[in-house]
Design a protein around this ligand. Structure first.
Ligand code: SAH
Length: 220
């Protein structure tokens, strides 16, 4: 799968992300019932297996998110939406010994699933918290990089405040309605770059479809 991503130009051979994807066994983060599908290009439902949509994101989404974010050595990284824990594990490999990964999950069942997967895969040095990530985690701020893995109408204000200057945040921004409308369904994956003076710039990376961000600054 990774060789194919490289051939197709999604991933660069020798990049931090390619190395991380080769190192972290995705099968350790899959629910038992889908283990055989660990290397197919799809998202899969994870506990509590509800239609409200906790998923392990499709593997190609990591190049989409972590590429523009330029996750690197020494970064303090916050992930909103732990899900399976796979994204946090990849990030842990990318930020190195000097970096730190903090991840927050709002659904208690998903949280227990993700935390257990991370523990079994040997990622004890990731700070995994249960709670409303739309409020960020002021105790641990500022963060050099923030990744929102659920869709919101806009970047939650507390997350902007907890971003370092300079810093980068990425996430699916736009409508979280499930039924396609005249505007189509899905969201824009937007990269927000905060410069050293706290001035904000935005770039649209791609069109994506994500489950809604819940909590105080989410949709519901
Ligand atoms: N990176 C994860 C993707 C998980 S899907 C993976 O690949 O496994 C998005 C997750 O965001 C879901 O588990 C959902 O429960 C969670 N979520 C939604 N709103 C949240 C919030 N306000 N705070 C924390 N997590 C949230």
């Amino acid at each position: 799968m990774i060789d194919r991503y490289i051939r197709e130009g999604y991933l660069e051979e020798g990049s931090k992300l390619a190395n991380a994807m080769r190192k972290v066994p995705r099968e350790l983060f899959m629910p038992d019932r889908y283990v055989e599908d660990s290397y197919s290009d799809d998202p899969f439902s994870i506990p509590p297996f509800s239609s409200r949509g906790q998923t392990i994101s499709a593997p190609y989404t990591y190049p989409l998110f972590y590429g523009p974010l330029e996750l690197g050595e020494g970064d303090k990284f916050l992930e909103i939406g732990t899900g399976s824990g796979y994204g946090a594990a990849l990030a842990r490999e990318m930020v190195g010994a000097e970096g730190k990964v903090v991840t927050v999950e709002i659904n208690p069942t998903t949280y227990r699933f993700g935390r257990e997967k991370l523990r079994k895969a040997g990622y004890d040095d990731i700070l995994a918290m249960e709670g409303d990530g739309s409020k960020g985690l002021p105790k641990e701020a500022p963060f050099d990089k923030i990744c929102l893995t659920a869709a919101a109408p806009d970047f939650p204000e507390p997350l902007k405040e907890q971003l370092a200057t300079p810093g980068k945040m990425i996430g699916p921004i736009g409508s979280t309605s499930r039924s396609p409308s005249v505007f189509g369904s899905g969201q824009d994956l937007i990269l927000l770059e905060m410069d050293a003076r706290g001035e904000e710039g935005r770039k649209t990376v791609e069109r994506v479809i994500y489950v809604p961000l819940r909590g105080a600054h989410g949709k519901v």
